[in-house]
Design a protein around this ligand. Sequence first.
Ligand SMILES: *Cc1c(COP(=O)(O)O)cnc(C)c1O
Length: 265
Amino acid sequence: MDCLRLDRLDHQVSGNKSLKLLGHIDAWQKSSHTRLLSFGGRWSNHLHALAYAAARLDIPAIGVVQGYPEQPLTPTLMDCQAQGMQLILVDKMTYRQRYQLAYRQALSTEHDAWVIPEGGDGPEGGVGFHPLRALLREYDEVWIAAGTGMSAQALARQLSAEQRLVVVNAVADNGVLAARMQALTDSADTQCAIRVIDDAHFGGFGHCPAALKALIQDYDQRSLPLDPVYTAKLAWALERAAQQDELQGRVLVVHTGGLQGRRSL
Ligand SMILES: *Cc1c(COP(=O)(O)O)cnc(C)c1O
C-alpha cells in the first residue's frame, strides 16, 4: 500500500483543491476577467487554497461565504483575508443560489470575475488530475475520500478496466454520490470498476466523533496527519477493509489534504 500525499504538494496550496484550481486558473487567464470568485463554508479547504494560490499569482480573489458580520471569523477565513481575499458574507437564502447558473453569471458580471463553482467543480476542475495517470496505472486499487465526488470522477477517468476505484463518501447524501458514480460507470469514458462506501461518514459532513478523533491521534503517532472531514473517514474505512481482508493487490491511498481544517477540532 502506498499513500499519495497531495497534502504535501505545497505547504499552503495543498491537497486535491490545488489540482482542481489549475484548470480554473487557466480558464481565468483565457477569459478577460480581472478577478477570481468562489464559494465556501467557514472551514472551506477550497477557499483557503484559492486565497493562497491567488495571492501568489497576484490575482484579486473574492470569497462568498454564508455568515453574518457579528459572527467571529474562523482561522480559515482569517487566513483567507490575510492573503488579501475579499470576503462577502451572505445569508442562507442567497448562499443557496450558488448552484444556479444565473446567480453565478450575475456575480461574474458584478465583480468582473471568473466564477469557480463551490469546491472547484465544473469541467475545468478535472484538468489538474491528468498528470497523475501514469502513477495511478501502477496500482490495482485506488482509494479516495469524496465530498462532491469530483476528484473521484477525475481519477476514474484515468483508470483502466483492470483497476478499481474505491470512494469513501464523507457526506450522508442518501445515495446521491453513489448514483453519480454509477452514471460514470455506465458512461463510455470510464472503464474501471467503482465501489462507493456509504457507511463511513459518521453521521454526515463535518461530523467528527470521538472515535475519529482517536484515529487522528493514532495516525499522528505514525506521522500521517489526517484531516477531520475527509481523510480520517478514508483511513477508518481502509482499516476496516484491511481487517476484513478486502484489500486486493497494490493499493494507492490518495491523501487529499485539508489539514488546515484540523484547527476546527
Ligand atoms: C474537498 C475535499 C475532498 C472532496 O473532494 P471532492 O472532489 O469534492 O469529492 C476530499 N478531501 C479533502 C481533504 C478535501 O478538502
